[in-house]
Design a protein around this ligand. Structure first.
Ligand SMILES: *Cc1c(COP(=O)(O)O)cnc(C)c1O
Ligand code: SF4
Length: 323
């Protein structure tokens, strides 16, 4: 079965997911789901513990009534991204790298996601917008790196990715192509031989920043996907989000680092949650986050300690969180 078929067979309602896990259907919250729809690949759901309403993978994707709580400072565009948006699909906030969102679609819908309110309809460049993106990068020799983000860039078919990457490769000052993707974690079937060949042939430095929040997300299929991408010449990194009730515990975070390392992936960032409307119940006080980070530093080798960061509008980079 090809990956598109596997994706199409995923859960698209909380009720069906709960049923699969042997949990009561009334845990699903219809109004929250209407705001941001449920989307969970079956293989990811299969890594959840049946009968456990507190499963750390389930809590990331289950529409909860708490999402409807209004909290001050939790807004729709927490990063003020509308400000640094020179073209549809282009975010140019930091020196030397531009972030491109070619699609707003993901293989999974994470409830804490800061992009749940992002105006993708207005901001999707579409195939017709590509040339302006290439022109923009071509005209700015300070840009050494293109970051493909989203949505999830790997949701795009190989044919389109190939076309986009081919044009990028004609820009002489580009050195690095980076993907930010959760798909190798939630839909490892996507990393098939055709995609691996596509990666292998890209004549730039290649970086894959994965997005796993918990060791339980990483099964054997994910490990094999990572190893295939590494053989194709990619540097593999991970960014996680610190999430209340899911990974806000030093042992859980240490286990994630070790599991990533077994797969050839180094922890890169541990993000404090962006204060997006509907996600207040996932947030953690800053002093608690710093205490956890200190515990990690005290127990892990330095290369397995992710940098604790947050995004601050107007800053020239992600900002380290220290007390
Ligand atoms: C996070 C981010 C990047 C990448 O930042 P690094 O610190 O290099 O990982 C680039 N552009 C935008 C707009 C970002 O939000
Ligand atoms: S952008 Fe990342 S965190 Fe947000 S829904 Fe997609 S996969 Fe989840």
């Amino acid at each position: 079965m090809n990956w598109q078929k596997v994706l199409a067979q995923g859960f698209d309602s909380a009720e069906a997911l709960l049923d699969f896990l042997g949990l009561p259907k009334n845990l699903a919250h219809v109004d929250a789901e209407r705001q941001f729809k449920t989307r969970v690949p079956r293989g990811f759901a299969a890594r959840m513990q049946p009968g456990n309403p507190y499963d750390p993978l389930l809590l990331q994707v289950l529409a909860s009534p708490q999402e409807l709580k209004q909290a001050e400072a939790y807004v729709k565009d927490p990063l003020a991204e509308n400000m640094k948006n020179p073209l549809p699909g282009v975010l140019h906030k930091y020196h030397g790298r531009v972030l491109i969102t070619l699609t707003g679609v993901c293989a999974v819908n994470c409830r804490y996601c800061f992009r749940r309110h992002f105006p993708y309809e207005a901001n999707n460049p579409g195939r017709k917008g590509w040339q302006s993106i290439f022109d923009y990068i071509q005209a700015d020799a300070s840009i050494a790196e293109v970051v493909l983000s989203g949505g999830d860039p790997l949701i795009m078919p190989d044919r389109l990715l190939q076309e986009f990457v081919d044009s990028l490769c004609h820009i002489n000052h580009l050195k690095v192509l980076r993907f930010h993707t959760r798909i190798p974690i939630v839909l490892p079937e996507r990393i098939d031989t055709s995609f691996v060949s596509l990666l292998e042939a890209i004549p730039l430095q290649k970086v894959m920043v994965l997005h796993a929040n918990h060791a339980q997300e990483i099964n054997e299929a994910v490990k094999q996907a990572c190893q295939a991408m590494q053989r194709a010449g990619c540097t593999l990194l991970n960014q996680a989000v610190l999430l209340s009730q899911i990974n806000d515990n030093a042992d859980t975070l240490a286990a994630l680092s070790w599991r990533l390392f077994e797969c050839g992936v180094l922890p890169y960032y541990l993000h404090l949650l962006d204060k997006v409307a509907g996600s207040v119940h996932f947030d953690l006080p800053e002093d608690r986050a710093c205490a956890l980070h200190k515990q990690l530093q005290a127990t892990l080798p330095g290369y397995l300690v992710p940098r604790l960061v947050r995004e601050v509008p107007g800053e020239a980079s992600k900002v380290a969180v220290i007390l």
